[in-house]
Write a protein that binds this ligand. Structure first.
Ligand SMILES: Cc1ncc(C[n+]2csc(CCOP(=O)(O)OP(=O)(O)O)c2C)c(N)n1
Ligand SMILES: [Mg+2]
Length: 742
């Protein structure tokens, strides 16, 4: 009896399974209209519209034509770019500035592989974007169809969610789920793959798969049956009524006890500091509410990433130049979405004496490196801006000390003033970039949006330009990729058409997206660009020359980017030494052209300044400077706590040719019980000089040189150094880490 029941159950379930596979169940449950012209692309467009999507960025491909055509027909603006990566960068900017999902649609295979950098960037910048990709038909997957690759594996590690559409009727449900996931918790990119047959109308798919109604042979009949079921299964219930309404994102919030504990810490603080990160600008709390809360608290704020500009141009509580000093003295520090990664020296810039409240939606970012360099007093996994707003509400009557603000203001002003002086210096040739940027800052209107894409020039701009309001500064974020300029500017201008959008480009960086001037022109989306043209990848060259004595692969030409801009339909202007006294006129001319609807690129030839080298002991170019540094080290060593060793680099061939007889860089290393405190052992093998021997060693360069050369040869330093990440080396330099974002 029992055996019989099992047998029946087994047979039944097998039959159901076969019926399902053959599409019979779907044919019973859902209707299919073989005569309709409706297609999956329309379902995509309808679902996106229901989610407030106004723009889709794309570069065409047959796989995705139905989505683009339906979107255009239904009122979504379809903006086609010149490289898929820029479609995703544009979607990223839309997400950051509108608080809605940013959408890019690209074709299968190479279209998708071209987006990878921007998708990874969005993941690290915590930007909610939806990437829609074409794909080979489900039926043909793995059979050698054009552009058929394993796209899911490619995007799994860089997206919060990936899905393939198997049945047309699933399109709205899967898109809704994808968008919900993108915007929930820690936002990020999601990827939905559309096999081509899920997007075209029934009759076209039928034709494409070669389904004939008049099969004659037995084999043909079997094949037709299979294809018929496949087709009917694919379209079963496709165009029934769907619920398109968006799902509300899940956002973690701090609980009452956490707010109370934070309030207690802050209420007792004499020298509190708040570091606001990009995450604090995410919905649902509007930026204006966060700004209001910060102003009520009256606590010094430092803004990073997307939060730059949040407090306006001249806020009494915002500081830009003296973060390191402020953190050294702070008794309470609130990390509101700010992460202890390279931008905060992995947490090293935080003082051991400070009580630290870390707030972040992401668990791993919340306490990053806390076991090594810093320790949170409170770690709260929550939305940072909602937290700050609730904190201000729970601390009614609290107001941070004006004395503390004034103290920091004096420091900030001193540095701003020093920068102003530096801007007046004449560089050896071309224009002083600081001067150009200061004039630009003076004339930028209140609605300016600045897009940062470059190395040195952009890092200098980050110090000099004052973002005006929330969303007026866009940089790549923690991924630090070059090439965001064209795409970010496109998205920004579309979301905020009344804004004056400026791309601040390095000359190297502008090469990645200058072709998008063509897109700006075709779509009538004007953008202003200024290229800091120093004929090189200077940020890299600076260290490479010092460490290896070579500029290989770091040199570019003073290319006429203004002419290139003209070729793409823009207006090209040039700023060079002959314009030293008319810089403002040229910038104003650019704005004038822009106000007529033109995209303008200013090719600005710039000379070298030591702005970004200040305080770094590894920037030694002459014997004179070497001597000064030597004196400084010897004089300071007894005062530097725990310094046991000093490590010296080698003398590069180029430097030797120039007659330099001393090592080109110095690095003091604190040695703790577990080895070098910086966790960096590359140079340990090169040379150790005990503290007691240091002074003598420093004064005996002949011996030093001989020793260095010996070590250099025996260890093959080139090989050793090349294994190291230059980023690590940078982080070891004694720089003022206020300049952290680039
Ligand atoms: C996609 C990518 N490639 C390479 C780098 C390494 N990189 C960082 S800064 C920089 C130099 C940028 O040169 P440019 O845009 O001319 O700015 P400059 O430093 O000369 O002002 C390079 C190559 C990077 N960050 N991203
Ligand atoms: Mg450059």
């Amino acid at each position: 009896m029992c055996l019989l029941t099992s047998l029946i159950l087994f047979t039944l379930s097998t039959l159901v399974f076969i019926a399902y596979k053959l599409g019979i169940i779907n044919r019973i449950l859902y209707k299919v209209d073989p005569n309709t012209n409706q297609h999956g692309g329309e379902l995509v467009a309808d679902t996106l519209i229901a989610h407030g999507v106004e723009h889709i960025f794309t570069l065409s491909g047959g796989h995705i034509s139905p989505i683009l055509c339906a979107s255009e027909k239904k009122g979504i603006r379809v903006v086609d770019v010149r490289h898929e990566v820029n479609a995703v960068f544009a979607a990223d900017a839309v997400a950051r500035l509108s608080g809605k999902i940013g959408v890019a649609a690209v074709t299968a295979g190479p279209g998708l592989t071209n987006t990878v950098t921007a998708v990874k960037n969005a993941q690290m910048a915590e930007s909610p974007i939806l990437l829609i990709g074409g794909a080979a038909a489900n039926l043909l997957k793995g059979r050698g169809a054009l552009q058929d690759i394993d796209q899911m594996s490619l995007f799994k590690s860089i997206c919060k969610y990936t899905a393939t559409i198997r049945y047309v009727r699933d399109i709205p449900t899967i898109l809704k789920k994808a968008i919900h996931i993108a915007q929930s918790g820690t936002p990020g990119p999601v990827f939905v793959e559309f096999p081509i047959d899920s997007l075209y109308p029934f009759h076209l798919v039928k034709r494409e798969i070669g389904l004939k109604d008049d099969s004659k042979s037995f084999v043909q009949k079997i094949i037709s049956l299979y294809l018929n079921n496949y087709l009917y299964s694919l379209f079963a219930g496709a165009f029934d009524k769907h619920d398109l309404s968006p799902l509300k994102p899940d956002i973690p919030l701090a609980d009452k006890t956490q707010i109370q504990m934070a309030a207690e810490l802050l209420s007792k603080a004499k020298k509190p500091v708040i570091l606001i990160g990009s995450q604090a600008t995410l919905p649902p709390t509007p930026a204006s509410k966060l700004q209001e809360a910060l102003e009520i608290l009256n606590v010094p704020c430092f803004l990073g990433g997307m939060s730059r500009g949040l407090l306006g141009k001249n806020s009494s509580i915002q500081f830009r130049q003296c973060r390191k000093d402020a953190l050294k003295e702070a008794d309470v520090v609130i990390l509101a979405g700010t992460v202890c990664d390279f931008r905060l020296g992995y947490g090293k810039v935080l003082s051991k004496k400070s009580k630290i409240i870390s707030v972040n939606r992401d668990k791993s970012q919340l306490t990053k490196n806390s076991d090594i360099y810093w320790k949170p007093t409170l770690a709260i996994q929550a939305d940072p801006s909602s937290f700050v707003v609730e904190l201000a509400e729970s601390l009614k009557g609290f107001k941070g000390s004006n004395e503390w603000l004034e103290y920091l203001r004096a420091k900030d002003n001193a540095k701003e003033e020093a920068n102003k002086q530096k801007a007046q210096e004449l560089t050896e040739n071309h224009l002083n970039p600081m001067k150009v940027l200061q004039i630009l800052d003076k004339i930028l209107p209140e609605n300016a949006i600045l897009v940062a894409d470059g190395g040195d020039f952009v890092a200098t701009a980050a110090y000099i330009l004052h973002p005006r309001s929330f969303g007026s500064w866009l940089d790549p974020g923690a991924f630090g990729t070059l090439g965001v300029g064209g795409g970010f500017a496109l998205g920004a201008k579309l979301v905020r058409p009344d804004s004056e959008v400026w791309i601040i480009y390095g000359d190297g960086s502008c090469g990645y997206s200058i072709a998008e001037i063509d897109t700006f022109t075709r779509h009538n989306v004007p953008v202003l660009s200024i290229v800091g043209n120093d004929a090189g990848w200077t940020q890299i060259a600076r260290d490479q020359v010092v460490f290896f004595g070579s500029t290989v692969a770091c040199e570019l030409a003073y290319t006429d980017y203004d002419v290139v801009a003209k070729g793409y339909g823009g207006v090209g202007l040039k700023l060079d030494r002959s314009c030293n006294d008319t810089i403002e006129d040229v910038l104003q001319k650019a704005r004038e052209e822009y106000s007529k609807g033109n995209s303008v690129l200013i090719n600005c030839l710039i000379g070298k300044t030591n702005f970004r080298e200040e305080g770094k002991v590894n920037r030694l170019k002459t014997e004179k400077k070497m001597e000064i540094i030597q004196e400084l080290i010897v004089k300071n060593i007894p005062r530097i706590e725990n310094i046991q060793n000093i490590l010296f680099g080698w003398i590069s061939d180029q430097a030797a040719a120039e007659g330099l007889s001393r090592p080109l860089y110095f690095k003091l290393v604190k040695v703790g019980s577990n080895g070098p405190d910086y966790g960096f052992t590359c140079f340990e093998n090169v040379m150790h000089i005990e503290r007691d021997d240091l002074e003598e060693w420093l004064n005996n360069y002949d011996r030093a040189q001989a020793e260095l050369q010996q070590v250099q040869h025996s260890l093959g330093h080139d090989e050793q150094i090349q294994q190291q990440d230059l980023g690590n080396i940078n982080s070891l330099t004694e720089s003022d880490s206020d300049n952290d974002e680039q």
